[in-house]
Ligand binder design. Structure first.
Ligand SMILES: *[C@@H]1O[C@H](CO)[C@@H](O)[C@H](O)[C@H]1NC(C)=O
Ligand SMILES: *[C@@H]1O[C@H](CO)[C@@H](O)[C@H](O)[C@H]1NC(C)=O
Ligand SMILES: *[C@@H]1O[C@H](CO)[C@@H](O)[C@H](O)[C@H]1NC(C)=O
Ligand SMILES: *[C@@H]1O[C@H](CO)[C@@H](O)[C@H](O)[C@H]1NC(C)=O
Ligand SMILES: *[C@@H]1O[C@H](CO)[C@@H](O)[C@H](O)[C@H]1NC(C)=O
Ligand SMILES: *[C@@H]1O[C@H](CO)[C@@H](O)[C@H](O)[C@H]1NC(C)=O
Length: 476
């Protein structure tokens, strides 16, 4: 560990002293790697579809700054790695069938692996479900995060209270919440965690982890404008495969299906040979179509989405102002498209200009893989800090996105590039309101209530009986 981070993480002084008493190493490993390969990591090119990866950080220490203590933590996490939805699987199987029915007996070139490979969904019941096998398995991710957060935020639990965990009513989201809870509470999960399942129904209005902007009438159609768009050189890949395998007749839309199918493979398996069949540049182009879709449909490119993110952002602000007496931990679970609005509302990764649709900006200011990969999460920390050389004593806020601290450009004068709570409140006050902008019918709840009126029952802590075939929406 580099010396600076040792200091910043507040490691005991004694271990520093003993480290100094030995000579600094002159041979062997470099102190600092000269390789930064984040950009070549495929996980950064498949947006929201692939396994979790930490956000590329600015180097700000993730640990709590000296003199501060986190006294409230708010986490909004996406479900973990998962199988594709059944509706997507239909397209993948059609493209794979087209290959199969070309009657090629020996695959060549970039597709030579097809002589051995089989589709990774061997039980159709698993469509939509969290994955349980492979090194990137979703349930593993959720349990791991819970266990890691217990180390980080365990001091927020008094060791006796029953703590609510909030999940939207969708099978894979609920399972993520349960496994996170078991990681966090360990043997105390069965008695001290209380799963609260908030239905995903539109009629929940603002009292939801998945608020739906009724005014945003193009919401559902929007994403199809971008996914599989022709921006990536898909026909180039198709022509390459077809030339290498005479008789094969793939086209650009087949290739789009296959790239999406490949991205999901890693959620289930350690290795996807499909990833290697495409070039690095093709993945860059493919990933950008995902960025475009999230930006314009679920993110800061849509005023409706910023207003949608206001619901959660405002709720955290009200709780932060009330302080830890109102609750010290708020662990919440929903989907990617429910987190991107919150990130946008907080002003994180909001480019100055709209993303171009006909060319890729380098650097790209809106990278979905850094915002909502599978298992992606945004954590807001309320910290009480003593006076330091750079700031007065007070209450400060930090945003941590996929385990990287994201300072706010408008205010960063607190310890660890945090900023005063008053400024957080001002940022939230300036947002468009969900109830007004989204035209929420008067009969639906106009504000979020479940953070205050939750259930302490443990009745939903475990799945009862088998998970239904391709189960998605559920309130149990
Ligand atoms: C593949 O073989 C089947 C069975 O012989 C035949 O019906 C089909 O037309 C062939 N497909 C192609 C693309 O030649
Ligand atoms: C938490 O679990 C441990 C291990 O089973 C147990 O000793 C302890 O009493 C539990 N705490 C509560 C509050 O149930
Ligand atoms: C590609 O082929 C499939 C059928 O094999 C067809 O449905 C689709 O429209 C074709 N796409 C393009 C862009 O030609
Ligand atoms: C932060 O809050 C203080 C006190 O309310 C205010 O004076 C200052 O202008 C705010 N700064 C920003 C960048 O909002
Ligand atoms: C903020 O949230 C609280 C609690 O849900 C609610 O009472 C209040 O109306 C909300 N304010 C805005 C501006 O949405
Ligand atoms: C709260 O728990 C009670 C039983 O203890 C149950 O009937 C009710 O449906 C639960 N409500 C929610 C929102 O979980």
């Amino acid at each position: 560990m580099p010396f600076l981070s040792l200091l910043a993480s507040g490691l005991a002084l004694t271990s520093l002293v003993s480290a100094v008493s030995k000579p600094f190493p002159k041979f062997g490993e470099k102190q600092f790697s000269q390789e930064f390969l984040d950009g070549y990591n495929l996980l950064k090119q498949i947006g929201s579809l692939g396994p979790y990866s930490n956000r590329v950080s600015y180097g700000v220490d993730r640990n709590t700054p000296a003199g501060c203590e986190v006294d409230q933590a708010f986490m909004l996490m996406r479900h973990g790695e998962r199988y594709p939805d059944a509706s997507l699987g239909v397209g993948y199987v059609a493209a794979l069938d087209k290959m199969r029915f070309s009657n090629i007996t020996s695959w060549r070139g970039d597709l030579a692996f097809m002589n051995e490979w089989t589709y990774y969904v061997d039980d159709e019941a698993m469509y939509s479900q969290e994955s349980t096998t492979g090194p990137y398995a979703g349930l593993l991710d959720a349990f791991h995060r819970g266990s890691e957060y217990r180390l980080r935020y365990g001091h927020l639990w008094d060791g006796k209270s029953v703590v609510p965990i909030f999940s939207s009513g969708y099978e894979r989201v609920i399972e993520t919440a349960r496994y996170f809870g078991q990681g966090f509470f360990g043997y105390n999960y069965s008695t001290n965690a209380a799963m609260n399942i908030i239905p995903e129904a539109v009629t929940q209005g603002a009292d939801s982890l998945t608020p739906y902007c009724t005014a945003d009438t193009s919401y559902v159609a929007c994403i199809y404008e971008y996914l599989g768009s022709t921006l990536p050189p898909l026909e180039v890949a198709a022509a390459r495969f077809n030339t290498q395998n005479p008789g094969l007749n793939l086209n650009a839309s087949d290739v789009s299906q296959l790239m999406e199918m490949a991205s999901f493979e890693l959620n289930v398996r350690a290795y996807s040979p499909w990833i290697d069949a495409f070039t690095a540049d093709e993945w860059v182009a493919y990933g950008y179509t995902l960025d475009l879709g999230y930006y314009y449909c679920f993110g800061p490119g849509s005023e409706y989405q910023i207003a949608t993110g206001q619901v959660y952002a405002n709720a955290t602000r009200v709780l932060m102002e009330a302080g830890p007496e109102a609750g010290s931990m708020f662990w919440s679970f929903a989907h990617d498209a429910n987190i991107t609005p919150v990130v946008a509302a907080l002003g994180i990764d909001v480019p100055e200009k709209h993303l171009p649709k006909d060319t890729i900006p380098f650097p790209n200011p809106y990278r979905v893989a850094d915002i909502v990969p599978m298992g992606g999460l945004i954590t807001l920390e309320r910290m009480t800090c003593k006076a330091t050389a750079i700031s007065d004593a007070g209450v400060f806020i930090r945003a941590v996105l996929n385990e990287a601290v994201v300072p706010f450009n408008s205010c960063q004068n607190g310890p660890g590039y945090s900023f005063p709570l008053a400024n957080y409140s001002a940022i939230i006050d300036a947002l468009p309101r969900f109830d007004e902008t989204c035209n929420i019918p008067a009969s639906y709840p106009q504000s979020l209530d479940f953070f205050w009126n939750y259930n302490t029952s443990t009745q939903y802590n475990y799945q009862k009986g088998p998970i239904g075939y391709q189960l998605t929406d559920t309130d149990v």
